[in-house]
Design a protein around this ligand. Structure first.
Ligand code: SF4
Length: 417
């Protein structure tokens, strides 16, 4: 890269990367930048760092523009605004576009083609004015020093060619050794992400070409926890991810809870392993992510680079449990598991527990006021640590009779009940 005229920076963490980018912007006295392929810049909260330095950052991908104008967060790797419908997008455009640039036309409808045209007009003004762009990259090729962006709207091409200065932030796991490897990955990615044989726009840039494109190119190689993930012998396979999003699309948990529930830039099954690997265990938010899975294995089946996500999930769960094994105050889950282990460890204790549970079931059925659809009794809001569970979920009343009692009474179902 340096041989082809780019300036390469190494960023240990988000603060390092943001400092480099803000410095470049200040050197050129720019007060706005256009952005493309910016998942990694969301990871380091570049927009926040630029805003603190008085520099406006404009997202140019249509979905990311919707997310930015809506003061929202992305909910999907490939389709960041998948949680918004067309009426909401129209409302966001009418409400926000005029505050930050070319207003949306007053006759704006919620037709997709009309919304896309409004976004195009709004963005074109920014493309033609901006003197600096910030990009991510899908891949970086080591033997030629080439960076690659794969996208479908053409905004990448505008960002990567029009401004005078380009800063590309690239996670170090994006590096592939040669162009030959790039070839297979470029065929693999669109097939797994959108089902296309080829994506509409593939832009490649290698340093600076006099008289053509940006005349100053900076590449920020970002670690931000990637070497930590690499040191984990089981977890390091997550660094193979090409962000195709196939695992999100088949995940039953993601389908139910949506991307925002993961509380991180990378949602879904890959997010559930990547975030704890990048940040390490010990944070309640990342520690909860490996549990956001049914371990059904669908993510592993569809992953084009064969990341065994269920294996890494179980491995990370072990790390989370081990890290808390010596806590002086055990977590409620640990107490519940120990109590269950005690009851299941002895037939008499289990019988006793079944009897208590049956009595609780009878009492709830008789006196409880909460009912599930279908009429089954449920516990209302529990006190203490149970409140965190019952505040958002129903807790069905335990059955009045245990399976073993039913088996004894009906001789395994041979006697009519
Ligand atoms: S983990 Fe596999 S399926 Fe999921 S986004 Fe990455 S490459 Fe695609």
């Amino acid at each position: 890269m340096t041989a082809r005229g780019a300036v390469v920076h190494w960023a240990r963490d988000a603060a390092d990367a943001n400092r480099v980018i803000v410095d470049v912007a200040r050197t050129h006295a720019v007060d706005e930048v256009v952005k493309v392929k910016s998942m990694v810049t969301q990871e380091i909260d570049l927009n926040g760092a630029l805003a603190d330095a008085g520099i406006a950052a404009w997202e140019t991908d249509l979905a990311e523009l919707i997310v930015q104008l809506g003061d929202d967060l992305p909910s999907h790797i490939l389709v960041p605004a998948i949680h918004r419908n067309r009426a909401e997008i129209r409302e966001i455009f009418l409400r926000r576009m005029h505050e930050v640039g070319r207003p949306a036309p007053t006759e704006l409808t919620d037709e997709p083609v009309v919304l896309a045209a409004a976004a195009r007009e709004h963005l074109r003004e920014k493309f033609l004015r901006a003197r600096m762009a910030v990009s991510g990259a899908n891949f970086a090729v080591a033997d030629t020093g080439t960076l690659v962006v794969v996208e479908s709207e053409g905004n990448g091409r505008m960002c990567l060619t029009l401004p005078e200065v380009l800063v590309s932030v690239v996670g170090i796991e994006k590096v592939v050794p040669t162009f030959a490897e790039l070839d297979s990955l470029l065929r693999l990615l669109p097939r797994s992400s959108t089902g296309e044989r080829m994506n509409p726009y593939t832009s490649m840039w290698t340093g600076v070409t006099p008289g053509d494109g940006p005349q100053e190119v900076h590449v920020v190689l970002l670690d931000n926890g990637r070497t930590r993930a690499l040191a984990d012998e089981v977890g390091r396979q997550a660094l193979r991810c090409i962000r195709c999003s196939a695992c999100l699309n088949v995940c039953p948990v993601y389908e139910r809870v949506g991307g925002h529930a993961y509380g991180s830039v990378y949602p879904g099954p890959i997010g559930a392993i990547l975030n704890p690997l990048l940040k390490g265990t010990g944070d309640p938010q990342t520690d909860s992510l490996p549990y956001a899975s049914s371990l059904c294995g669908a993510c592993f089946e569809v992953c084009p680079v064969r990341i065994d996500i269920p294996e890494v999930l179980v491995h990370l769960r072990t790390q989370v449990v081990d890290a808390r094994r010596d806590d002086s105050v055990p977590k409620p889950e640990a107490v519940a598991m120990r109590a269950a282990g005690y009851a299941f460890g002895n037939a008499r204790r289990l019988r006793w527990a079944e009897r208590v549970s049956g009595l609780a079931g009878r009492a709830l059925t008789r006196f409880g006021r909460s009912r599930l659809p279908g009429g089954r009794a449920a516990a209302g809001r529990l006190p203490g640590p149970g409140a965190a569970w019952t505040g958002a979920r129903d807790l069905p009343a335990p059955p009045r009779e245990s399976f073993r009692a039913w088996w004894r009474r009906t001789k395994g179902g041979r006697v009519d009940e």
